[in-house]
Design a protein around this ligand. Sequence first.
Ligand code: ASP
Length: 420
Amino acid sequence: MILGVLFALLISNFEWGKQFVIDWIKPFGTIFINALKLIAVPLILASLIKGVSDLKDISKLSKIGGRTLFTFIFTTVIAVSIGLVIVNIINPGKTISEETRNQLVESYSNVVNKKIEAAVVQSETGPLQFLEDIVPSNIFAAATDNSQMLQVIFFAILFGIGLILIPEEKSKPVKAFFDGFNEVILKLIDLIMLAAPLGVFALLAALVVEAPNSDLFIALMWYSISVLSGLLLMIGFYVMMVKVFTKKSPKFFLQGIAPAQLLAFSTSSSAATLPVTMECVEEHLGVDNEVSSFVLPVGATINMDGTSLYQAVAAVFIAQAFGMDLSLTAQLGIIVTATLASIGSAAVPGAGMVMLVIVLAQAGIPEAGLALIFAVDRPLDMCRTTVNVSGDAMVSMIIAKSVGKLGNPHIKNWDDNYNA
Ligand code: ASP
């Protein structure tokens, strides 16, 4: 990461530098992300089918499922509330002059219109549309579309339940197949990760040469500080939850999840990071595959604490910048809409910003305000994705503990050193 940034800073001094990075370096970053995404659907299928069928009875599945969903919603509401408190204390929107505001709205109005159009498609649907969307009418069609992860998850869970319900002599060969399939996918992840240093170098270099000029960053400094301090508090909250519920130290948790956090930071995509999150959670944090194979894919798609926190801060920031004072009821409304919007956000770069349009519309804040935050969205996206991934890992540990599935005999010093 550091080399990528330095390289980009150095080469941008030459006139041809920027184009060189875009033409010859950036593609390696894209290839790396593609390779990770390539694994996501097969990984969900194999590991979830294996995970669910290993549960042996349905009541265990509903226990894990119920607790997981409850914890996801609980942490998201905490995230939005932290965001709202911080933005009301720092008041970043009041630091933006009217001149800067108009400049930003003008220069970003084109890109913003595209985001608004994308969001209109999402919001023009009925209240139960999201349920309809979870059930695919064709599993192959669902599996060919990376934005339909929930459909693949639904199919895999259903398939796993089917496997539990049929006689063992019939289910055995099918299970053995998916066990082997799962092993192959895990091996592929190892192979792809060999290219991580190069991929991450390329991603960061491309990001730096394509970044807008630094004046904008200064204008948006207080907004960025609000989001970042909220995200930091969330990490503190996770560490505390881990300590309280599993008695594991902050160092144990943060060290174990660090590879996934770094990858989330470089790729800005929870979905692309999923394979590595899974490996970290199982091999470093000691969560049994039965739990992680369910909690993590579902979490990557619906549990986005960082995204919901950012949406809350951004909505209030934009309102402040436009001189609107949001009432308490309007802010309480944001808790609900930001929670739902983060659930609906796809686990890909920039998705949180598209769904932010819906939060703005509900609260009566001008959507053109998106232009204000556009310039710094990518770096903040990197940070919020890191939090999203950490939140999934934390929940998987807590759920695993609650069903007696935490503690991997292969982890060195599980009981002593790390427990300090
Ligand atoms: N990039 C985020 C993720 O993949 C979603 C977002 O907030 O844009 O988790």
